[in-house]
Design a protein around this ligand. Structure first.
Ligand code: ADP
Length: 247
């Protein structure tokens, strides 16, 4: 057991697909307010790790503790409710709705509100939508249809749709894929803003971006950790150099 309380503690995590261990006795720990990046060659198990954390795939063995709660025993929706948000690569925004409406429909429901309370709730939703729209650089576009956004802006909107639910851990799969250089820079800024209230776990192939954002890098290879530490440390690790440049 690690000596301190981590936001996320993954321990001895294993998943077998027909006897093949895509994730093999993996342990890693993510701090609060941390940007952690997972890198590794194709087939290393990166996507499977995120699938396990969000409950899309069930572990064969091991544990995933999030704020002390055991995620491997929860359903996908329970995991979302406990504060884990996951963005997939393909945006799932509604092109025909405005930016405002896309954010509004993502605001957590569940509290039963009626009568006089409705107004208060609506105001709270509007305030939160404005707050989030500013973080994702879309405040001046709130009433435009999402269809007119650039590819990068659509990615930010989808991050906003997760942020409005205020997750404590946000998982992103290749967030800057297909983005322009300036969008990539703004995405780094966005991530640095949002970690004041949460941690971010990112899968990324763009090494320039990894260098810009990662507090710590976990290098996966064949379902295990090959190397872990600062980008500076892992990129000069001979084991990493061999996996990326060797053969
Ligand atoms: P990465 O994201 O690092 O490219 P993945 O996590 O997608 O790697 O995949 C790791 C390995 O597990 C690959 O060999 C992949 O073929 C295998 N795998 C992933 N999901 C499944 C599944 N549902 N059934 C069988 N094999 C899978």
């Amino acid at each position: 057991t690690p000596p301190k309380d981590y936001l996320l503690a993954v321990e001895a995590l294993t998943v077998s697909f027909d006897g093949f261990k895509a994730v093999n006795d993996l342990s890693f720990y993510v701090d609060e307010n941390e940007i952690r990046v997972i890198i590794g060659p194709n087939g290393a198990g990166k996507t499977t790790v995120l699938d396990l954390i969000c409950g899309k795939t069930k572990a064969t063995a091991g544990s995933i503790r999030f704020r002390g709660a055991e995620l491997t025993k929860m359903s996908e929706s329970q995991i979302v409710l406990s504060g884990v948000g996951r963005k997939f690569q393909t945006p799932s925004i509604y092109d025909d709705l405005t930016i405002f409406e896309n954010l509004e429909i993502s605001y957590p429901k569940g509290r039963s509100v009626w009568g006089a309370l409705t107004f208060k709730r609506d105001q709270a939703v509007r305030d939160r939508v404005e707050e989030v729209s500013e973080i994702i650089f879309l405040k001046d576009k709130l009433h435009e249809r999402a269809a007119f956004l650039s590819h990068g802006q659509k990615q930010w909107l989808e991050i906003g749709m997760l942020l409005i639910q205020d997750p404590e851990l946000l998982m992103l799969d290749e967030p800057v894929a297909g983005m322009s250089v300036s969008e990539r820079i703004k995405t780094a800024e966005l991530l640095n803003t949002i970690i004041k209230n949460r941690s971010v776990l990112v899968i990324e192939h763009d090494m320039k971006f990894v260098e810009d954002i990662a507090h710590k890098v976990t290098v996966l290879h064949q379902g295990k950790i090959l190397s872990e530490g600062s980008m500076q440390k892992v990129k000069t690790d001979p084991k990493v150099v061999e996996v990326y440049l060797g053969h």
